[in-house]
Every structure is written in C-alpha cells, then in structure tokens.
Design a protein around this ligand. Structure first.
Ligand code: BGC
Ligand code: BGC
Length: 602
C-alpha cells in the first residue's frame, strides 16, 4: 500500500470518527450537578399547597433543553455503568427488567440501590426526582423474600375485583418499602390465543372482565400511599397485543410475541380498547405501548392509535412510554426511529440501553425542527405530572421503615386467599372433591408438586423464572402435608414410582404442568402435558384408588383422551408462593369459586 493511500484512509477514518463524535457528543456539560441544598426550595414547583398544573408550568419554565431531554430517558439500571451519569444526564427514569436485581438480592439491598440512584437524580440544579419502574406483575417478584401472588390469569379466574384491588395495593406497599413507585402493571391485553407465552400475564379473554379487573388493579395500586408518596400503575400493552397472529413475530426467535395484530379497527375498538379506556378513566399515570404492529406500523410509530385515539379520544394526560427497545425497532435507523416515535406520541423511551446517543438524537431533532419544542414540552409535562402524582417531589427516598412488610405474614395470607379463589375445578367425577384429609395414605407426585419455581412461573427473580426451590414459599406438597390429619401418611415421589405392596393408596395427587417461561420463549404451538407428566399420571393412576390431577400452568393445556378417566382435574394456574392455598380447596376447607378466564379446549 502506498504512503498516500494510508494517509487517505487515515483521513477518511478521522473524518468519520469526528462526524460520529459530533452526532453523539454529549451536550457539553449536561445537567448542572448541585447538592439538594441548592435546589430553589421556595420555588412554586416545590410547594405542595399549589396545584399540580401550576407546579408543572413553574418547573418547565426553569428547565433547560438538556434537562428536558433527560426526562425522556428510561434506562435499565444495568446500562448505567457510571453512577454519576444519573446526575450528568439528568436521567428521568430507570428500571429493573426481569432479573435486573442487586446482589445480594434482599429487600434492603433494593432500597439501597434505588436510593443511590434517587440521590444522584436529585443532586441536580432543579432536584427533579427519578421514577424507578419494575415489573411487579405478581407481587414485587424480582425481590427474593417478597410475597409472590398468583399471576394475573389466576386473578382472572377469581373474577373478584375486590381481591384484585387488595393484591395490587399490597404489591404497591412492598414496592414502596424498597423505594420504588412505578409498577409496569396491570397487563390489559385481552388474550385470544393460548399459544402466546404471555397469556398468564393477562386476566383472560373477556373484554368485560379484563376491563373490570384491570380497573381494580389500577385503583388498588394508586390507592396505596405512605409519607405522601404513591405508587403509579401502567396500563399495558397498548394495544391489541392479545390478538397478534401466530407466525408474525418481528423477532426471529419468537413465534407470536412482538407480532402483528391483524384485527380490523372495529374489533380493536370493541374488544381491545375498553380496558384502556377504563384505566385512563381511573387515572392510570402511564400507558405502555406494545411491541406489536397494527396497520403496518409498530405501535410506537402509530400516531393514530397513540395520539389520536389514546391522547385525543380517551383524553389520556399521563405518560406514554415505549416498551423494551421498541422505539429502535421502528425501521429507518435510530435517529429516524426516535423522531417517528416522539411525533407519534411517545413521551418516554424505554431505551433501555445506551442513553448517550439518544440524548444526541433528540437534541439534533429539536434543533432541526424534526421534533417541535411544543412536542418536547408536552412530553416533559406528562412525565412531571406522573412524578407529582407519585408524590416524589415531597418525599422521594423511602427510609426503610416499611421493609418488614415485604413478605409479611399478613401479605402472604392475602396471597393464600388469592390462590384459593383462583382454582378452577375442570372435572370432578363422582364427587371426588373435596378430598378427605383423614384417609390412611396419600400419594403425591409430579414435576410441579414440590417446585416453587414452577408454581411461580416467569417474571420471578429471573425474567424467564427459575426452575426449582430457590425462592421462599410453600410448595403444593408442603400445603398438602399441612392439611391432613396426623394419622395420614403422605408419600412423595417426583416421578410417581410408588410401591403397591401395601395395596393402592386411597388418594393419588399428580401435580404436573409447565416449566417456567416468559416472553418469546413461552410461545408454544401446542401447549400440552409433557410425556413425563403423562407417565407420572399413569403411575399414580395405577397405585391409587382416586386420582386427582392438579395442573400448574400459565394457560390451558391440551389434555389427552384418557383424561376423562381421571377422577378430578383442577387448574391452579401459577399460584405463586403460597401452596397451602391449593390444599385449602382440595381438602374442602374452602369451596371452589374460580371460573375459567378463557376457554379450556377439551
Ligand atoms: C415487556 C414489558 C415489560 C418490559 C420491562 C418488555 O419486554 O414487554 O411487559 O414491562 O419489558 O421489563
Ligand atoms: C429483560 C426483560 C425484558 C426483555 C425484553 C430481558 O433481558 O430482563 O425485562 O422484558 O429482556 O427482551
């Protein structure tokens, strides 16, 4: 290579480098650091006796463009490698995705972690507090030691709005105890296809039921208050994610999740919109737009659905937040994607990774006129409104005084009640149920009999859940043992190999079902019992007089023809940490009251 060529290449590389640098370069010094003491304490926006709208205007008028852009950021905590960036970029919001936990994972370390982010957010010129969000979708379930409630599908089976209200409120309390005021819940998808790996995150397939339980969840969450702070709820995934078509996923590893919603507008409005309307009416502070597409556009790019329908028709004045990396899935490059999403009506962007280029894109777009100053201000107003609603300007840092409520006996009692109310009797030949707790011998077997990970499902400590007994709680086997008379013997074997030398047992209980899963991985063309589970059931059948099959699953599973011969079949969904709730109903201490939240095909 000639000397000139090397020189030319070096020049080109330098120029490209400089161009990239100037595009992405941080706004020289970004947000002015300042300990809380220098925040203008007498300013109108600091005064809780002034109306929220006045406080918003006062604060907005004081903010620089950089400070405004910082408010649009929603970054996952694992992507903030330099803690002081929370101050320097004026980061408005952070989250823990499934499994983004502190180490060690305890309620106290969560509180410390969130506090350290919160302090940095407030060490800025205006001291704007941070919103920290989590998927507390069945209790504060990223936290080891939290109460793990049944997943939403089980609450759907309870058909009990008052119960849902109390579960949501209690979840909010456990969150607030760890300094967290934002729940990415409830899921208001009206599910149409059991093959979707997110069925269990929904209340079911009926619009009316999702509407009433969703509203109860929003009310319960936002009713919790302590020391002037509240927890805000998120209605998700706006909209139509329950009706994506199989095989249309935009993610090559998935089948239906992140796919295309193919229903027409009339159906979208009739089936999928009402729960969101109710959530907006109930004052939900946030709506999260899904990763699905409708009418040829990803939801985050869908101006019609986000701005015209949600903000216009429904009158939503809270935050529209995009879902995980969803904005960058809009085709046409990152700059174009950010501009499109903001103009479609997205206010806050779940990046969730690098915030630095994002800051550059928005600055450039505002300077070029691709995003108007009015649109930027509108987005910031909405974000501030939610922060005022959460009371964060009054008191953003929890003091640890509520930590003991996380996983308390009282909360676990509520979870046990929720389990009882979620059970559905699918078959009860010759009145097999309720079982007698006074028989000589009960056999218990199956992959989910003594496995908290399976009972809890996905979104528990790990995004996809963890198989096995890693998280505190009571298994279904434990619950059975606690419910029987002192003279009854319980024999447990995972796979169901029992001796028949002393004759058949009076009762055999096979607890079987799905392994934990979440988004994407849970998409399943044929949800059914595994061959191992069927083999276990066969073995228990052969060694007991009465056979009860307990199905632990996030959705209806196809049952084999021989299942008509099983004496009883019950669906317990994903009950969470309190396995005793299953035994409470099996042995008749409480009746079956649950009803199917979606069709269970035979
Ligand atoms: C999911 C949302 C969730 C978010 C944050 C996304 O992938 O679709 O439901 O709230 O991640 O964990
Ligand atoms: C996160 C989840 C998120 C998912 C989306 C995972 O790594 O933990 O919260 O929903 O990615 O792809």
């Amino acid at each position: 290579m000639t000397f000139q060529k090397v020189g030319a290449i070096a020049l080109v590389v330098t120029v490209i480098g400089l161009v990239i640098y100037f595009i992405q370069r941080p706004t020289v010094l970004l947000v002015e650091a300042c300990p809380p003491a220098c925040v203008p304490v007498d300013a109108l926006y600091r005064r809780s006796d002034v109306s929220v709208e006045q406080r918003i205007e006062d604060l907005l008028n004081r903010m620089t463009e950089t400070e405004k852009i910082g408010q649009l950021i929603l970054v996952e905590k694992n992507s903030v490698k330099v803690l002081d960036d929370v101050t320097r970029y004026g980061i408005g919001a952070m989250l823990s995705g499934g499994g983004a936990v502190p180490s060690p994972n305890t309620p106290a370390t969560w509180l410390d972690m969130v506090r350290s982010f919160q302090e940095r957010a407030q060490n800025t010129r205006l001291g704007i507090p941070l919103l920290y969000g989590v998927d507390a979708i069945h209790g504060h379930s990223n936290v080891i030691g939290a109460t793990v409630f049944p997943h939403a599908i089980g609450l759907g089976a309870s058909h009990d709005a008052d119960l849902v209200y109390r579960v949501a409120q209690t979840t909010a309390q456990e969150m607030a105890a760890t300094g967290i005021h934002w729940n990415f819940s409830p899921d208001l998808d009206v599910v149409q296809d059991s093959r979707w790996g997110r069925v269990y995150e929904t209340f079911g397939s009926s619009t009316d039921m999702v509407t009433s339980l969703g509203r109860a969840y929003v009310d319960g969450t936002q009713s919790f208050s302590s020391s002037g702070t509240r927890v805000i709820a998120t209605a998700k995934h706006y909209m139509g994610a329950g009706a994506m078509a199989w095989g249309t996923s935009s993610n090559k590893d998935f089948k239906i999740d992140q796919g295309i919603t193919t229903v027409d507008e009339a159906t979208l409005r009739r089936v999928h919109l009402p729960p969101f309307r109710a959530a907006v009416d109930a004052g939900a502070s946030v709506v999260l737009v899904g990763l699905n597409s409708w009418d040829g556009l990803k939801l985050a790019a869908n101006h019609y659905l986000v701005t015209d329908v949600l903000k216009g028709e429904l009158g939503f004045n809270g935050i529209v937040v995009s879902d995980w990396y969803g904005v960058y899935e809009i085709p046409g490059g990152e700059y174009h994607a950010v501009v499109t999403a903001m103009n479609a009506g997205v206010d806050m962007v779940m990046l969730p990774y690098d915030y630095k280029p994002f800051v550059g894109y928005v600055r450039r777009a505002v300077q070029n006129g691709d995003i108007s100053p009015e649109r930027l201000d509108d987005a910031v107003r909405r974000i501030l409104r939610a922060k005022f609603a959460a009371g964060l300007f009054e008191n953003a840092s929890a003091d640890g005084s509520m930590l003991a409520s996380v996983g308390s006996a009282e909360h676990r009692e509520l979870a046990r009640e929720a389990v009882r109310k979620s059970l559905v009797s699918l078959q009860n030949n010759n009145r097999t149920l309720p079982l007698s707790s006074r028989v000589d011998r009960i056999l218990v077997a199956g992959s989910a009999a003594h496995n908290l990970g399976r009972q809890m499902g996905g979104w528990t400590v790990e995004w996809q859940g963890i198989d096995g007994n890693w998280v505190p709680g009571t298994t279904i086997l434990d619950g059975i043992k606690m419910s029987i008379s002192s003279s009854t013997v319980v024999d447990y074997d995972l796979s169901g190999s029992f001796s028949t030398s002393s004759g058949k047992a009076a009762i055999g209980i096979a607890v079987v079902g799905e392994e934990p899963y979440a988004e994407g991985k849970g998409d399943n063309a044929h949800p059914s019992l595994s061959t191992e589970d069927l083999e276990t059931i066969r073995l228990v059948r052969a060694t007991s007089k009465k056979l009860v099959v307990v199905i632990v699953s996030g959705r209806p599973l196809e049952l084999p023809p021989e299942s008509t011969e099983w004496d009883a079949i019950i669906a317990v969904w994903l009950p969470g940490s309190e396995g005793e709730g299953v035994a409470d109903v099996l042995f008749g201490t409480y009746p079956f009251t649950g009803m199917l939240p979606l069709e269970w095909p035979r």
